[in-house]
Design a binder for this molecule. Structure first.
Ligand SMILES: [Zn+2]
Length: 492
């Protein structure tokens, strides 16, 4: 049994001023061939796949091709997509004959030459391996599913939870694939697009309408003959031709059942559409006031408009400005991507006082630089840290700038650790001393959960802001709720 493995994954923010090229993938580990097996144990969907593969009574020959994970960022350059596709296609050709292909894809990537990156990749894979070889995919559930993806893949399985559990999705796909290969099941796939988008405010699957919707998927999976039900609430900053939510249902050779369940669960999302737009966002100044007035820390200030995990630049000054204006007196932790300020701080050295126009350099539209004078409290020449199921993370050089009790961690790039306590602890701070921390994510608060006393979703502007109606949508299909008046949609 010969199974090829590959990962080509990035989440694109169409409104981000950033451009994603090979360096974005290299920053998270661009691996080829056997190196993938060494590096990806326990990491991501491939890690989950490897776990299940190792449990099989008859060991398969695994042929790892390419692992390219670029987190979230701007639109991918045409050259980068060509390079990654070429490496994948060449690797597959050299690995023939194959019994199956396992892919880890995001599903919401766009490039300068191609709106539908994953459809493009899947078509290229299908052209190499032919119609008969199973091609199975672990997707991020924030994917934008397209017709071409469904046509080119046999299984399209999304994450079951937010925060994400990528290894679990890899395991789920692997179990289904090995059952296919043993001839125990024959997946029938049916799907629906749902003409809606919603902000991230209700994206957690632990409560609210997303829980209700995902619980229905889990409940459907207990029905006889149902293999997988994957709801896809598309990440809301993707302006592409087939953009919008979707659902995919896989049954064991029962297309009629798959079709009726797909319609039912699509209708469920539509019926909850107003619930998905519920929000508890707080204006930046008020959010800082509430955090400063809290009896104890740690209050997490979610900078929803500048979510690095959603593809934003990570250099918004919006919340920092409010802190400076209010002169917060408690220890406040703020991350900032600003290579220029970082270099200045490192050159000046620990103990030096510097004045700098900070942040607002990458995103000029939603944020402007703020002039600060602060003391360089610490510098680090680099740290490579193992973030377990998120893999190895290279923080590179960092520095800590203190402006009164506000401590700003300066980064030179959008490291995954931007929302991780290690960013502050490796610069000598104790999280337990802090009253508030700004995180550049709208849902991945888990890394600070040990200290968390409160959470405030800050209604900050930016390329991942929740006010989706304010963006200049150019490519998404119309009508789409709530950009257009649309009331009488039905999945059937
Ligand atoms: Zn996601």
């Amino acid at each position: 049994m010969r199974i090829a493995l590959a990962e080509v994954a990035q989440e694109t923010d169409s409104f981000s001023p950033l451009i994603a090229d090979c360096s974005d993938f290299e920053a998270y580990g661009l691996y080829f061939g056997e190196e993938i097996l060494e590096r990806m144990r326990g990491v991501g969907p491939i890690g989950g796949f490897l776990e299940v593969a190792a449990e099989q009574p008859e060991p398969a020959t695994l042929l790892p091709i390419v692992r390219a994970w670029g987190s979230a960022g701007g639109t991918i350059t045409a050259e980068t997509l060509d390079f990654l596709t070429e490496r994948l296609v060449t690797g597959l050709r050299q690995s023939l004959p194959l019994d199956a292909v396992f892919l880890s894809l995001h599903g919401a990537a766009a490039s300068a030459k191609e709106d539908d990156v994953e459809g493009h990749v899947l078509q290229a894979v299908r052209e190499v391996v032919g119609r008969e070889v199973p091609v199975v995919v672990a997707f991020d559930h924030h994917a934008n599913i397209t017709r071409r993806m469904v046509e080119c893949a046999d299984l399209l399985v999304g994450h079951e939870t937010q925060p994400h559990d990528p290894p679990a999705t890899g395991r789920k796909v692997a179990r289904l694939l090995f059952r296919m290969l043993r001839g125990e099941i024959r997946p029938a796939v049916r799907w629906r697009k749902i003409p809606m988008i919603t902000p991230q405010d209700q994206f957690l699957t632990s409560a609210g309408p997303m829980k209700e919707w995902f619980d229905l998927a889990r409940q459907m999976e207990t029905r006889r003959g149902v293999l997988d039900v994957s709801p896809y609430p598309m990440q809301p900053w993707l302006d592409v031709a087939e953009g919008g939510w979707s659902v995919i249902v896989h049954t064991d050779n029962d297309a009629a059942l798959a079709d009726s369940l797909a319609a039912e669960i699509a209708d469920k999302a539509w019926s909850l559409r107003e619930e998905f737009w519920r929000s508890e966002r707080v204006a930046p100044a008020e959010a800082v006031r509430q955090a400063d007035a809290a009896e104890r820390g740690l209050v997490i200030l979610s900078d929803t408009g500048d979510s690095v995990y959603g593809g934003a630049p990570g250099d918004s000054t919006c919340i920092l400005k409010a802190m400076l204006e209010q002169g917060v007196s408690s220890l406040a932790l703020v991350p900032m991507v600003d290579l220029e300020a970082l270099s200045l701080a490192i050159t000046a050295g620990v103990g030096a006082e510097i004045t700098v126009d900070l942040g607002g350099k990458l995103d000029h539209v939603f944020s402007q630089p703020v002039r600060i004078t602060g003391k360089v409290a610490a510098v680090s020449q680099g740290l490579v840290v193992d973030l377990l199921d998120r893999g190895i993370c290279d923080l590179q050089r960092t520095a800590l700038l203190a402006v009164g009790s506000i401590h700003i961690a300066l980064l030179g790039h959008r490291s995954f650790a931007i929302n991780h306590p290690v960013l502050y602890t490796h610069l000598g701070l104790d999280i337990a001393d802090a009253k508030m921390v700004v995180v550049k994510t709208a849902s991945n608060f888990q890394f600070f959960s040990r200290w968390r006393s409160g959470l405030i979703r800050v209604d900050s502007p930016g390329t991942t802001q929740s006010d989706l109606t304010a963006f200049d949508w150019k490519r998404i299909p119309r009508p789409t709720y709530p950009l257009d008046p649309l009331t009488d949609w039905r999945a059937n």
